[in-house]
Design a protein around this ligand. Structure first.
Ligand code: GLN
Length: 198
């Protein structure tokens, strides 16, 4: 089974470790460069992207992660993790900085500040079965994607209909929502397969 790390600087690390384990990976928290060296793929969890950005510098993880991404390591970011994988962030803090990631523009806290969280069905291209019961918590959406980026999923109903919430560029995968919170392992299985194939 592939070894997959969950970046454990801040956020819902335990939930991703549990989901990855359920999906057949050897999953473990990663917060030091040496620990990153030992994994085949990485998940960046939901949490607070400004905090994760700051801690990535404090823990000397920024350059090692950028290098592994450049070398083709698969990475999956959910919510704050999606923001950390975006080349451009709208409504971000001026000092927050992402990894060398997906050619896209995301808007932080995009779904509106009066509704902190909501749920909607989302179909993901390449994942069979029912739509995901997607949970959004102060989530970003994607406003622009570059040429090499595949849109995997959009919100299909309600005021946010048409908003892009799942993308993939090569070995990099990102979702606005949190499949690790709903016990639906299909997206983690998709990522484990991607790591196996890499
Ligand atoms: N609003 C958070 C951020 O900007 C993301 C929220 C989440 O990960 N649930 O990073």
């Amino acid at each position: 089974a592939p070894a997959i790390g969950v970046l454990a600087l801040q956020g819902d690390v335990r939930e991703h470790v549990a989901a990855l384990t359920g999906a057949g990976a050897h999953a473990r928290p990663v917060r030091r460069p040496r620990e990153l060296d030992a994994v085949d793929g990485l998940v960046i969890p939901g949490g607070e992207s400004t905090t994760i950005s700051k801690l990535a510098d404090i823990f000397d993880m920024r350059e090692p992660i950028d290098k592994r991404i450049a070398a083709g390591m698969p990475v999956y970011g959910s919510c704050a993790g999606m923001i950390m994988l975006a080349t451009e962030v709208l409504d971000g803090r001026p000092d927050q900085r992402g990894f060398a990631g997906i050619e896209m523009t995301v808007r932080r806290n995009a779904f509106g500040r009066q509704v902190d969280s909501f749920e909607a069905p989302v179909t993901i291209a390449g994942v069979a079965g029912e739509p995901f019961h997607a949970v959004f918590i102060r989530a970003p959406w994607v406003e622009r994607v570059g040429v090499g980026v595949d849109v995997l999923g959009e919100v299909t109903e309600g005021p946010a209909a048409g908003r892009i919430v799942a993308v993939r560029q090569g070995n990099l995968l990102a979702t606005s929502f949190h499949p690790e919170l709903t016990g639906d392992l299909r997206l983690h299985r998709y990522f484990v397969d991607l790591v196996r194939a890499a």
